[in-house]
Design a protein around this ligand. Sequence first.
Ligand code: HEM
Ligand SMILES: *[C@@H]1O[C@H](CO)[C@@H](O)[C@H](O)[C@H]1NC(C)=O
Ligand SMILES: *[C@@H]1O[C@H](CO)[C@@H](O)[C@H](O)[C@H]1NC(C)=O
Ligand SMILES: *[C@@H]1O[C@H](CO)[C@@H](O)[C@H](O)[C@H]1NC(C)=O
Length: 462
Amino acid sequence: MERLPISRSLFFNAPAVISLVAASIAAILVYRACLHPLGKIPGPRIAALTSLWLTYHYWRGTWHDDILRLHDKYGPVVRIGPNEVALVDAAAAKQLYGHGKKVKKTNWYSTWIVPGRGRGVFSEQDHNTHSFLRKRVSAAYAMSSILKYEVYIQSCMDLCFEKLRKYAAAGEIVNMSEWTNALAFDVVGELAFGEKLGHLNAESADVGNLRHGIAQLFFVAANLGYVWGQSGLINSNPLVAFVMALFGAKPAMLEFANWTKKKVDARRQSDAPSDREDMLAHFIRMKSIDGDHPASDIEVIAESMNIIGAGADTTSIGMRTCLYYLSLNPTVYSRLQKEIDEYYDTHDLKVPITYQQTQELEYLKAVVLEALRLFPSITYQLPRYSPAAGIHVAKYYIPEGYEVGVSCIAQNRDKAVYGEDANEFRPERWLESKEKNAQLQANNMTFGGNGPRTCIGKNIAL
Ligand code: HEM
Ligand SMILES: *[C@@H]1O[C@H](CO)[C@@H](O)[C@H](O)[C@H]1NC(C)=O
Ligand SMILES: *[C@@H]1O[C@H](CO)[C@@H](O)[C@H](O)[C@H]1NC(C)=O
Ligand SMILES: *[C@@H]1O[C@H](CO)[C@@H](O)[C@H](O)[C@H]1NC(C)=O
């Protein structure tokens, strides 16, 4: 009698296969719900069974509300996935995002790795590679460098205000969501490529569909982070590429990569060495990841595009947040305006105030800190693998290797740190005393803590 190959015999025995699969799924679900090491941690029941729960919530675009409600309901430790826990706890946040900690980013970040596009400082999971990537660009992001670029940032501000004055004079309403976005894109263009991207000049319009394209791409990438195999799915799957193209995402990015390459070529080929000291100049000088020779085009382009991707929307969200809270709080608005007007008067300022001068405006600094505290631009979890000793929070223990994360918005509203009025916009809380200010600053998660993975663009943003 002829023997069937295994696959065919299984195929013909469909009922057996189906029951086997069903039994395995049932076993996994029972394990996740009852026997799992995170089983005692409170949270929504479905979240314990499948990470699709979190994906669904991310996809809804309401996570900034969802995570606050989850912590209100379940407390500072919440199980938000089969293997993931969300925390609000100042001490735990320091363990995960503080100095001297070699805590690893989880696979959620692999969704940002684009094959053939160079390793990114944001998505790199390996500690040593990240260290190298970060060190070779850090001088370009240092405050001393940013101050050198200030003249380019100011030129964008000048253009922006010139345009806005025109609308104000005509009594026309403008959409500040669009204008802050246009301003931020032009600023990062100046820093990363040596020229504005033309969004202010186009009266805040989205030139070349770039902003829309990035938003679509990031929406899909960020929200698929918990789906198994997502990296390949997003970054090398032709079907997904086709669907994204329908949204206008892919051509914009490709065009943009091409455009970036042209800028790099032009800078490399220019005979007269440019005396313009910007980030592109720094990236062209940096060393390659695989040796002593200068970085390849792909690496330079990756760094330049990184700035646009990580820096433009985050910063415009920050500006909108400040404007939003100022508009809703006339008392704060007039106190701030008074502080700025007085500074101009007493210093007889005829030119725009500089960054360093603004550092003398204590109320302005407090307003920015407070607005960014209440709505930090990044509100998703920042997941890390629990370190070797595990993490103890409240009465719970999360063993090594499980995913643990803090959402900046939830930690920034921790009543244990900020008091009962943690959800209120009150810039005065930063001005009560030097000690109180230092303590609050040390605990704000707006830029992802102060450790090795903290926001490298913080100085640009500020
Ligand atoms: C208000 C504005 C901004 C906010 C609130 C912000 C927030 C953050 C946060 C929370 C992280 C940590 C992410 C994580 O752990 O997964 C981060 C990382 C990062 N940010 Fe920002 N960011 C801002 C502006 C910028 C700007 C202007 C740039 C660049 C020009 C930038 C570039 C980066 C990069 C490259 C990383 C990854 C750093 C690393 O892993 O070593 N950000 N940012
Ligand atoms: C302003 O722009 C934002 C961002 O594009 C958009 O969501 C919003 O609907 C606009 N508001 C108005 C009143 O047009
Ligand atoms: C980008 O450049 C490549 C190579 O020069 C070209 O084949 C491709 O069509 C360009 N893509 C876009 C969208 O401009
Ligand atoms: C808190 O925020 C300020 C700026 O808004 C920043 O300079 C400081 O480093 C932050 N603290 C931490 C721990 O990230």
